[in-house]
Design a protein. Structure first.
Ligand code: NAP
Length: 373
């Protein structure tokens, strides 16, 4: 990563004497939602590289949510400062951002199943949070670049949307136009938040925006407190919920460690601009089960066959998935072009099977999935 670009972003080495540990010291960087599944890996990578990390969390005093970050900082050349900030608080991010050249905005509510009030619980915090973070960036002269953690669900709404895509592969030119507060509200919240971010980026010249659009993130978590969708999927597979058959669904998988790496590259690579799909490969649920069976043995109740779409449609509401969502996703392939992230960011993705296996292994080790008796 070119040092001159780091200098332009206000990340130059600190003057001699400011870095008693002798590590390569740099200007501070901000990470919002720093205790999240993805952000924890990003914070770890930044601390390993010697960055002073300003980390916002809702409650810095909650050890269950922050101790893993403090432990990483203790063993790293970088330094960690925790700041309280809520997405809904217009003034929350200013103090943490002071002096930062780079802002990683990862915080956003991630609720896919059983949403009670989509506007209150998803759309409002996602958009208000984006507005508050970017307004703070515009008020903070040191900020040069904002890396936004968007999602592939800002690229497409339902797998069925592929019917309108030439080449049957989604890329960064595509936008989700089919989600709403009623249908796929999480996807809608990510779409409107990313659109808002691009609109705000265009209206100012102090900082540049780079967006990352990860697929379903799998791989080991650094904290036990992750509610990520991948955990639910692994638990369903390991607990025998699908023992009589799995729905014909595909997932575009990316490893959490690769997502963290992509954030670093998006921040430090001078050529990074625009959107970047982060996907290793798409796997069907049955293929995921097959990978797990090969690694962990057939004593686990992993599914061996696919259930019919009509049966899956009937069962969907029992897992908190509305039938309209099931209907527009069952049986459709889900393909993405990850060429931009490979060519511009130089990403080399872990095979998705490795992420699947590492994720399941951790859930077993943590007791979140039970080994067969
Ligand atoms: P996560 O572990 O649930 O992290 C979400 C973070 O957002 C948490 O730190 C959470 O804080 C914070 N947050 C939520 N509501 C907030 C609020 N009102 N004020 C302040 N902070 C708030 O999920 P993740 O998987 O790491 O997600 C990180 C980012 O990646 C999100 O933008 C998500 O949309 C995106 N993404 C995730 C995936 C995936 O498969 N996991 C895929 C694509 C994109 P608390 O801990 O206090 O709740």
């Amino acid at each position: 990563m070119p040092e001159d670009h780091e200098g332009r972003l206000g990340l130059s080495p600190a003057p001699a004497g400011e870095n008693p540990a002798g590590a390569h010291s740099r200007g501070p960087v901000l990470v919002t939602g720093a205790n999240g599944y993805v952000a924890s890996w990003l914070v770890r990578r930044l601390l390993e590289r010697g960055f002073p990390v300003h980390a916002t969390v809702r409650d810095p005093g909650d050890p269950a949510r922050t101790e893993h970050l403090r432990a990483i900082a203790r063993d790293s050349p970088g330094t960690l400062s925790l700041f309280p900030a809520d997405l809904l608080d217009p003034a929350g991010f200013g103090p943490a951002m002071a002096g930062c050249g780079l802002v990683f905005h990862t915080a956003s509510p991630l609720i896919v199943r059983g949403v009670e009030d989509a506007l209150r619980d998803l759309v409002e915090p996602a958009t208000a949070g984006t507005r508050h973070v970017l307004e703070a960036a515009s008020r903070t002269p040191s900020v040069r670049r904002v890396v936004l953690t968007s999602s592939i669900v800002a690229v497409y709404g339902d797998a069925q949307d592929i019917e309108h895509v030439e080449g049957e592969r989604f890329d960064e030119t595509h936008w989700n136009t089919t989600s709403s507060a009623r249908h796929q509200p999480y996807s809608y919240s990510k779409t409107v938040a990313e659109r808002l971010a691009w609109e705000m980026a265009r209206r100012q010249s102090g900082w540049e925006l780079v967006a990352l659009n990860p697929g379903l993130v799998l791989g080991p978590a650094l904290s036990l407190h992750t509610k990520a969708e991948g955990v639910l999927m692994m638990r369903d597979l390991g607990s025998g919920y699908y023992r009589f058959g799995a729905p014909d669904l595909e997932f575009a998988v990316v490893d959490v460690r690769d997502v963290a790496e992509a954030h670093l590259r998006a921040a430090l690579n001078p050529d990074a601009s625009g959107r970047h799909i982060l996907v290793s490969e798409s796997l069907g649920l049955i293929r995921i089960a097959q990978i797990l069976r090969e690694r962990f043995g057939s004593a686990y109740p992993f599914p061996t066959r696919t259930v019919s779409n009509s049966a899956a449609l009937m069962l969907a509401p029992t897992r908190g998935i509305p039938q309209a969502v099931a209907r527009r996703n069952l049986g459709y392939p889900l393909r993405f072009d990850n060429g931009r992230s490979r060519n511009v960011l130089g990403m080399v993705y872990r095979p998705a099977g490795e992420s699947v296996a590492d994720h399941f292994r951790q859930l077993l080790d943590d007791g979140l999935v039970k080994a067969p008796a």
